[in-house]
Design a protein around this ligand. Structure first.
Ligand SMILES: Nc1ncnc2c1ncn2[C@@H]1O[C@H](COP(=O)(O)OP(=O)(O)OP(=O)(O)O)[C@@H](O)[C@H]1O
Ligand SMILES: [Mg+2]
Length: 218
């Protein structure tokens, strides 16, 4: 469902991703690893449509969405959910407003939004947290809000950039199980950035970025 054809990405004059080609199939789960600064977030941002390649082309469901120097399809039209490394929650909005926002934009009616927000807050273990402000939440609770906000749109592809990084070991395990259970139930394709080989093993296939090149490992 995502295909890279000889994609290179430079930021400024610095080459970050070099001639990368891959195909990610519907329902596939991949852990993306690599040293800090190796370009993992840049790869995710290219798929989501926030970064244009300097060479090559990116396809989603057979449609060309980016080519050298050009974003052909903007992020909100790609059907791609992304959980950013810094979460990027809206601090002035409540938990419910954060999770509901994308549904509003999509024009989902209010009674339906309410039901969906409740269902997804339940799923991530945040029932009853809807009216809280973001600054009243712990780091782990914030990560759950980011997860619910991405999942409620039921994207066919979910990109997660180190979504468990600020959690304690127990919560990491618990939340990874939740994510994998939801993946089985909802069937989305998952690309999950992590520095933990233990997490990577649980996810399945491991891809590694080294020197700007992508190396696939089982
Ligand atoms: N907006 C930017 N301007 C300049 N350089 C950037 C920008 N974004 C990323 N870079 C550089 O691109 C390289 C890859 O960054 P990226 O964030 O993709 O790495 P990463 O693999 O996600 O690292 P980490 O594991 O630390 O999150 C780094 O050298 C970084 O400094
Ligand atoms: Mg990163």
């Amino acid at each position: 469902m995502v295909r890279f054809e000889n994609v290179s990405v430079s930021i400024g004059n610095k080459p970050i991703l070099k001639n990368i080609s891959f195909a990610l199939q519907q329902g596939q789960k991949v852990a993306l690893m690599g040293r800090s600064g190796s370009g993992k977030s840049t790869l995710l941002r290219s798929i989501a449509g926030f970064v244009a390649p300097s060479q090559g082309a990116i396809f989603i469901n057979g449609r060309k969405v980016s080519e050298a120097g050009t974003i052909l399809l903007p992020p909100h039209k790609r059907g791609v959910g992304m959980i950013f490394q810094d979460l990027a929650l809206w601090p002035h909005m409540s938990v419910t407003q954060n999770v509901e926002f994308g549904l509003k934009i999509k024009g989902v009616p209010s009674y339906k939004r309410k039901e969906m927000v409740e269902r997804f807050l339940d799923m991530v273990g945040l029932q009853g947290y809807g009216s809280r402000a973001i600054h009243q939440l712990s780091g782990g609770e914030r990560q759950r809000v980011a997860l619910a906000r991405a999942l409620v749109l039921e994207p066919p592809l979910l990109l997660m950039d180190e979504p468990l990084s600020s959690l304690d070991e127990e919560l990491k395990e618990e939340l990874l199980e939740t994510i994998l259970t939801l993946q089985r139930q909802l069937g989305f394709t998952l690309l999950f950035v992590t520095h933990s080989s233990e997490e990577a093993k649980k996810i399945g296939m491991v891809w590694r970025l080294e020197g700007g090149e992508l190396i696939a490992k089982d």
